[in-house]
Design a protein around this ligand. Sequence first.
Ligand SMILES: *Cc1c(COP(=O)(O)O)cnc(C)c1O
Length: 389
Amino acid sequence: MTTLPEGARAPRFACLTRAERFIAGSRFERPTLVIDTEAVAARYRALAAGLGRAAIHYAVKANPHPAILARLAAEGCRFDAASRAEIESCIAAGARGADISFGNTIKRPADIAFAHAAGVRLFAADAEEEIDKIAAHAPGASVYIRLAVASSEADWPLSRKFGCAPETALALLDRARALGLEPAGLSFHVGSQTRAPSMWRPVLDQVAAVWAAARAAGHDLRLLNIGGGFPAAYDSAVPAPRTYAEGVMAQVDARFPDAREIMAEPGRGLVAEAGAIGAEVLLVARKSPMDLHRWVYLDIGRFSGLAECEGEAIRYPILTEKDGEATGPCILAGPSCDSADVLYERRPVMLPLSLAAGDRVIIRNAGAYTSTYASVGFNGFPPLEVVAI
Ligand SMILES: *Cc1c(COP(=O)(O)O)cnc(C)c1O
């Protein structure tokens, strides 16, 4: 990476964030994610202000870059980890074991034992075998039961693979107690990129019914974990983080006045808008003289960081140095030799007609679910480079 020399042609990108300005002022040899840790901290404070009494456990999988974890730890943020490696990263960044929850419902027994020894006290489960594993390898720990919730309106739903039905949840709380664990509470995930607080309503209603049933069955639950789902701005505007969090918490407080402890696990909502990817156009092609759409091939694709373009679910805004000129519809694709490596085709992207090989582009709000989703070397393309500023 080099920085443009003083007096070099001024970049023509308009209205840039700090990370984007950094990209505009640099030359990268390959696609590079630039993360602004100051923007992550600002976002943390905005979400924390809106979430009030709810503690934030950053969902580390969204972006485990050490500079992000260290910055959040310094802000007093807690962490939700999914594996031993993520727990180790949090501790290396300054977190204490007691500030880390082990939220993956599918854990390796050795990882449970490691977490327990490292001081992690809070574990998620949604199945009998998992409760048994936790009781065996983290005796006396606290567990929360993850519920499966229906009717998510999220752009990236997480529902079917995780969670259990209400009657199973009650049985799991009983089993945890019988095995000497603390049945602390319930958790759910409303679905990632849930664009409006109103979309939480049916999900919170389902969870409140299970909460009430558990208390009626004699479990003095203390902890409600409301998971993630806090959105980032992609192709449609979303409420500001503080406003959004306040909208969610008003609904939570109305339904769970007796929850003594509330935690939230934002991932995307904390880091997506703090990052942007500098990339390059490798080829612009028309497949035939009749072709309505140009094909624009970038040097980054689904296997090198843009995995969430799967199903065209997440639509990143794309800036070019020719923005402001006349545009036309493009099919956007990655550089690899796999025909699945198409980013947007069903809904083409409008890009400048003059766009050509060698032009630089900025992929906006790409700080979440990009760097660690990149393959190790498909077609010889290296994983996404990351620079923290
Ligand atoms: C992925 C995940 C999150 C973060 O979700 P976002 O939608 O990115 O906020 C939170 N909690 C759990 C258990 C997760 O698996």
